[in-house]
Design a protein around this ligand. Structure first.
Ligand SMILES: [Fe+2]
Ligand SMILES: [Fe+2]
Length: 232
């Protein structure tokens, strides 16, 4: 049974896509609620932009993480869920009667949504989806997602690490992907990736939301550091 939550007002064609995505999403950091938060953020960001194809944007938002589980369950590190997701989405969209032109536009949004992906967003819709997906890793939700993922991979709550040494030893150069996710921690994720996100966004509105969300993250990780070090 699909958990529809805030998806209950979706038009039937998007609900059909969402049902196909549901079984491809497993963890609480990348579940159907993440998809719907991204969907809603896409609508919020698009309200400030002109000439947005909302059909492209809505479909791409729903399908963007369709290959997430396939990447997570593959230990080779060679599956990129953005690239694979675009391929999977193309087939699904064709089955659902989308035109060739729409399919290409939606596929581009999906292949370009990854933070350090090889394909960069070229269209307005792709930039909005990219921004919406990144905004969802920030703020209180971002903190919650970090710890949800940490628990899933048996991570420690906190690691005091020499960042340069850590990057050298535990990340794949070029892609920046983590080699051993179980040795990663939420505070390292914050230092390595999350705090740099606001300057990597495209739309004005996303930058504004991101800077607000960063305030709580900064405060949270700084308080956590002090508590871990026994200072408060
Ligand atoms: Fe993704
Ligand atoms: Fe996502």
């Amino acid at each position: 049974m699909i958990y529809i939550g805030n998806a209950k007002n979706l038009e039937p064609k998007y609900m059909r896509l969402l049902k196909c995505v549901e079984k491809e999403l497993a963890c609480s950091a990348h579940d159907i609620e993440h998809v719907m938060r991204v969907y809603n953020l896409c609508l919020l960001l698009s309200a400030d932009e002109d000439d947005i194809d909302l059909d492209v944007l809505k479909s791409a938002a729903i399908l963007h993480d369709i290959a997430r589980v396939k990447e997570d369950s593959n230990k080779s590190g060679r599956i990129d869920h953005a690239i694979l997701g675009a391929k999977v989405a193309k087939k699904l969209l064709a089955k659902n009667g989308y035109s060739e032109e729409k399919i290409e536009k939606i596929a581009h949004c999906i292949e370009a949504h990854r933070l350090r992906g090889t394909i960069k967003p070229k269209t307005k819709e792709a930039k909005i989806l990219y921004d919406a997906d990144k905004v969802d890793v920030l703020g209180a939700v971002g903190i919650a997602r970090c710890f949800a993922l940490g628990g899933r991979y048996g991570q420690r709550l906190y690691a005091k690490a020499n960042l340069r040494k850590y990057i050298k030893e535990n990340t794949i150069s070029g892609s920046g992907r983590i080699k051993d996710i179980s040795k990663h921690t939420p505070n390292l994720e914050y230092e390595l990736k999350l705090k740099h996100i606001p300057k990597m966004l495209y739309t004005k509105k996303a930058k504004k939301i991101a800077s607000k969300r960063m305030q709580i993250m900064k405060k949270f990780f700084s308080q956590m550091k002090q508590e871990i070090e026994g200072k408060i």
